[in-house]
Write a protein of this length. Sequence first.
Length: 135
Amino acid sequence: MNDTSHGQHRAAARAKRIPARAREAQGVRDWRRAMSDHVAYALLVYTGLQIFMTVKALNEGASGLLPYAALVILVAGIIPACRWFEKRWSGLTDEQALDPSHAPAFRRDAAALWLLATGLPVALTILIKAFFAIF
């Protein structure tokens, strides 16, 4: 075992004995918890954007229950994608969850999650407005 991997192993072993908040204060990040937090916040942002953007666009072109039924379907439809991101990281072992070498993959997944959470409502709103403008 080289010095770097031995040092990482010792750091991971120490980190297991330290509560999560204290680990984060020391700069050791639990990737499982961090992704779970990102998923929770992304769902809140996505739902808020759907309510204020997409449902407003639907209300302009249709009345009744259609906008609200669409909201339920759109929010329910994003949950499997968010669950996929969370599941990918929740399967890590304690040692893997504290391994700093996962940082690039974590940043990539977090960026994809946030792009989905913010981009999808905007794209849907544009499509809905275009549809109502044409028809």
